[in-house]
Write a protein that binds this ligand. Structure first.
Ligand code: SF4
Ligand code: SF4
Length: 464
């Protein structure tokens, strides 16, 4: 007899009651291969994130965004405000990468690498379980009136939440003020650095409110990425799903007419967003894989094959043929290739220094020496964009007949240091020709390399 497919669909997510009020989710603990792998990934991501401000590359932290001075250090590369256009390539690359990954692997970002998940499951939920015990105890205690046991556990949990929020916000702040500055700020009065203190307090408050109370609501209500899932995925994208053909109709393990789902609801109890994976692909599913481990545990006990809930495509879950190459993927691949070519040339044009010859404001030129000589005044704007200090020499090229005065023909600039250098060009009026230009050759030297750049500007003078 063919199996009857169970088609019950809940009208709303389980974190919402029918009257629209919040139903706080208390996910149960689960053990399994995905949980283990996820905790390992969370620990690695948190460790790398926390280490970045401490690791020095080329004399600077691996990641340091000095917004106040507009100096940015990323894994040994240095950028200043003039490089802001490169942010376009960075953000568009991250966006395109995320679209491609989502199309192939579904919400793998949400379940494995999103900071909301990493800190919620890797830190705050663990604290909660440690202090308040497993789900059943937590739910029972929450329903009880306040007593000593409930009071001390709740107080301890929230104190630990605040401490964790403070640690996370301080590490977050160190990306913007550097670790040595942060450590000296911690040792001094907040009145000496009110802005940094205010940022730290605001970020800590937001983190505490989010991880102690708002939780899965951020994924369900606020996160735009979650809302865009349906346009990024297709029937071949990898999702966490329930094999309805195998599982339905639900029934007791001993019922010969029942499918493999014994309706134990273990997959629902472990879900951090409170949904039932058996209702099909839902926007509220963050792909955390907890229901896979939960159901595998049940299948192991029943001595049935694992994978009733599993990573698979919608076609795979419906036992239909799978297709790896598809137009959407080819299109995304072409767009990413175009992005890669653009980013390659953009990064190639990123030089270790900048030299721009700019005319001084005011009169376009001056006639001196009884009108016999025309003087053009410029400022050479020099920026050392590299992560190491460098010496610079400046010389005029091909300016026979003109006298070139350079304020500082040799100078030293710190990493990301800049300097304005006055440049005067005196040309006899008799030699001046309309359309003539001045070219300055700037050479940058470090212990390791030498780089040269020319910068030029038009010379102005009286028409003859
Ligand atoms: S349905 Fe499963 S994978 Fe999706 S959020 Fe819930 S437990 Fe995680
Ligand atoms: S854990 Fe598996 S067997 Fe239990 S209700 Fe969920 S899908 Fe069915």
């Amino acid at each position: 007899m063919p199996k009857k497919i169970h088609l019950d669909v809940v009208e709303q997510a389980s974190s919402l009651r029918s009257d629209g009020s919040r139903n706080h989710v208390h996910p149960a603990d689960v053990k399994g291969r995905f949980v283990k792998a996820r905790y390992a990934v969370f620990a690695l991501l948190i460790a790398v994130w926390a280490a970045l401000p401490w690791i020095q590359i080329g004399g600077h932290p691996a990641m340091y965004l000095d917004v106040a001075s507009r100096h940015f250090y990323l894994f040994g590369a240095t950028f200043n405000a003039q490089d802001f256009w490169l942010v376009f390539f960075l953000l568009s690359g991250v966006g395109l990468g995320l679209i491609l990954v989502t199309t192939i692997f579904g919400r793998v970002w949400c379940g494995w690498a999103c900071p909301q998940t990493v800190f919620m499951e890797g830190v705050f939920r663990r604290i909660e379980r440690l202090v308040e015990g497993p789900r059943n105890q937590r739910v029972r205690r929450n329903a009880e009136p306040m007593g000593f046991d409930k009071l001390w556990r709740k107080t301890l949990k929230h104190v630990l939440f605040v401490l964790a929020a403070l640690v996370v916000s301080h590490i977050f702040l160190s990306f913007f003020v550097s670790m040595p500055s942060l450590l000296s700020m911690i040792g001094s009065s907040p009145a000496e650095h009110p802005t940094a203190f205010a940022w730290m307090a605001i970020v800590s408050l937001i983190l505490y409110g989010n991880f102690a109370w708002f939780r899965e609501q951020l994924c369900l209500i606020v996160c735009p990425y979650g809302r865009l899932q349906s346009v990024m995925t297709d029937r071949e994208s990898l999702v966490v799903g329930y094999d309805a053909k195998r599982g339905e109709p639900r029934g007791k393990a001993k019922d010969p007419n029942a499918g493999d789902c014994v309706d134990c609801k273990r997959c629902v109890q472990v879900c951090p967003t409170g949904i039932d994976i058996r209702n099909g692909l839902q926007l509220d599913c963050i792909g955390c894989t907890a229901c896979i481990d939960a159901c595998d545990e049940i299948m192991d006990k029943l001595k049935r094959p694992r994978g009733l809930v599993r990573y698979d495509s919608l076609n795979g879950l419906e036992h239909k043929p799978k297709r790896v190459a598809r137009p959407r993927l080819l299109l995304y691949g072409a767009v990413i290739l175009a992005w890669g070519v653009g980013a390659f040339f953009a990064l190639r044009s990123h030089t270790s220094f900048e030299a721009n010859l700019l005319r001084l404001r005011g009169a376009p030129y001056h006639l001196i020496e009884d009108g016999q000589v025309v003087r053009n005044l410029f400022n050479l704007h020099l920026v050392n964009k590299a992560s190491e200090d460098a010496s610079f020499t400046i010389e005029a090229v091909g300016m026979e007949g003109s006298e070139v005065t350079i304020g500082h023909p040799e100078l030293q600039l710190d990493s990301l240091g800049s300097r304005e250098i006055a440049v005067y060009i005196d040309t006899p009026v008799a030699d001046y020709e309309v359309g003539s230009r001045v070219t300055l050759r700037v050479t940058r030297r470090t212990s390791e390399d030498t780089e040269t750049m020319d910068t030029d500007a038009a010379l102005l003078g009286p028409r003859r």
